[in-house]
Design a protein around this ligand. Structure first.
Ligand code: ID4
Ligand code: ZN
Length: 259
């Protein structure tokens, strides 16, 4: 089982641990977003989000995080506009969080961690025939990142479902959920060219990071922290700190949709 703590470190040549990343990668994620270094781009359009709640399939614990998956066989739940050339289909959303509220998000803003971060993963079904192929292409994916800060009411349905998926590989029906309720109405976002933050770490993601966080309350985050990396019957390992370390910005500029 590739618990997060093991997946990021492969033994270096001198036996020390070196962070796993794509050899020669130039656009890895996550990154720190230095607000004052981000460049306002007036040509960035507003992001257009239209999700059909009936495309929601199930919620499951995959041993890294918990995710809600959507039927992506049609264009019923899509995003377009923003920095995107095409429309992208919603495939799943999931979160990353910490053991305590001091850390947990993958991206940071001015080196500040949020306690958790929501990722809504979409793929370019206009250009690529399958999600698996899109994952391997530079313009294949678009992920909306939303920071969570402690005190929101929307998470209730999601959180109430978590005890039923406590163990890895547990899954339950989750039939009607509109994830746009998790996205702040404030249109402001940052955008940059990056990668998956989990294997295969491919540099295929156009990141769209909302400036405004959503609010959750403490015991909703506690519900995340009672999930397990481990399957039923195995020695319990709490699912916490499932975020990847920050990656070098290298030759990239983060653009903002706001001044
Ligand atoms: N943190 S992130 O960067 O938002 C993020 C993503 F963008 C993802 F696409 C995935 N992802 C991984 C797979 C397995 C596929 C298995 C078949 C080959 C392609 C990957 N499905 N979705 C993912 F797990 C994740 F955490
Ligand atoms: Zn993620």
């Amino acid at each position: 089982d590739w618990g997060f703590s093991s997946v990021w470190f492969v033994p270096g040549v001198n036996g020390t641990e070196s962070p796993l990343s794509i050899p020669g990668g130039t656009r890895q994620s996550p990154i720190n977003i230095q607000w004052r270094d981000s460049v306002y781009d007036p040509f960035l359009k507003p992001l257009k989000i239209s999700y059909d709640p009936s495309t929601c399939l199930h919620i499951w614990n995959n041993g890294y995080s918990f995710l809600v998956e959507f039927d992506d066989s049609t264009d019923k739940s899509i995003i377009m506009g923003g920095p995107l050339e095409n429309q992208y289909r919603l495939k799943q959303f999931h979160f990353h969080w910490g053991a305590i509220n001091e850390w947990g998000s993958e991206h940071t803003v001015d080196s500040k961690f949020y306690p958790a971060e929501l990722h809504l993963v979409h793929w370019n079904a206009v250009v690529y025939p399958t999600f698996e192929e899109a994952v391997m292409e530079g313009n294949g994916l678009a992920v909306i990142g939303v920071f969570l800060k402690v005190t929101s009411l929307y998470m209730k349905t999601l959180v109430d479902a978590l005890p039923a998926i406590k163990h890895k590989d547990t899954i339950i029906e989750f039939d009607v959920f509109d994830p746009s309720c998790l996205i702040p109405s404030c249109p402001d976002y940052w955008t940059y060219a990056g990668s998956l933050t989990t294997p295969p770490l491919t540099e295929s993601v156009t990141w769209i990071i909302k400036k405004k966080p959503i609010e959750v309350d403490e015991n909703q985050l506690e519900a995340f922290r009672m999930l397990l990396f481990t399957s039923d019957g195995e020695e319990e390992k709490r699912m916490v700190d499932n975020f990847r370390p920050l990656q070098p910005l290298m030759d990239r500029t983060v653009r903002s949709s706001f001044q």
